[in-house]
Design a protein around this ligand. Structure first.
Ligand code: FES
Length: 140
């Protein structure tokens, strides 16, 4: 399907669901205040990949926490759940940065899905998406 609608009303803070979109997993995470704060406390210039990789923004947008999260609803992180190294699916709420850990070769992503250490070259991709209502996100 070109577009997928996901009901996020049942995703409690601190929980995630995985949707399928164009054959790939898409993580939808309802972040906690602590996770957002952690994400905000990072200078994008210091990151291995300083670019947001958010298809809703310009290609050179910096990888701030705000630029990774949903606009105006920063508790929501929507991203393609594919490691940018060789394509494994990272595990949530794990790794050295409390985000995602890819067990294939040891890449650690933070609470905004940005690569922090390991062989992955890029932040996980944020696909085109929008909230079409308070409880529904449309991916694609
Ligand atoms: Fe994720 Fe290699 S595929 S670290």
């Amino acid at each position: 399907l070109a577009q997928v609608d996901v009901d996020v009303s049942q995703i409690a803070e601190g929980q995630s669901v995985t949707a399928r979109w164009r054959g790939r997993p898409v993580f939808i995470r309802h972040r906690t205040a602590a996770e957002i704060e952690e994400g905000r406390g990072v200078d994008p210039a210091s990151l291995p990949d300083p670019v947001a990789r958010n298809e809703n923004l310009s290609p050179d947008a910096p990888a701030t926490d705000e630029n990774r999260a949903a606009e105006g609803a920063e508790q929501w992180l929507v991203m393609v759940g594919v490691c940018t190294h060789l394509g494994c699916v990272p595990l949530g709420q794990s790794g050295d940065y409390n985000g995602w850990f890819c067990p294939c070769h040891g890449s650690h992503y933070d609470t905004a899905g940005r690569i922090r250490s390991g062989p992955a070259p890029r932040n996980m991709d944020v696909p085109v998406f929008e909230f079409i209502s308070e409880s529904t996100v449309r991916i694609g």
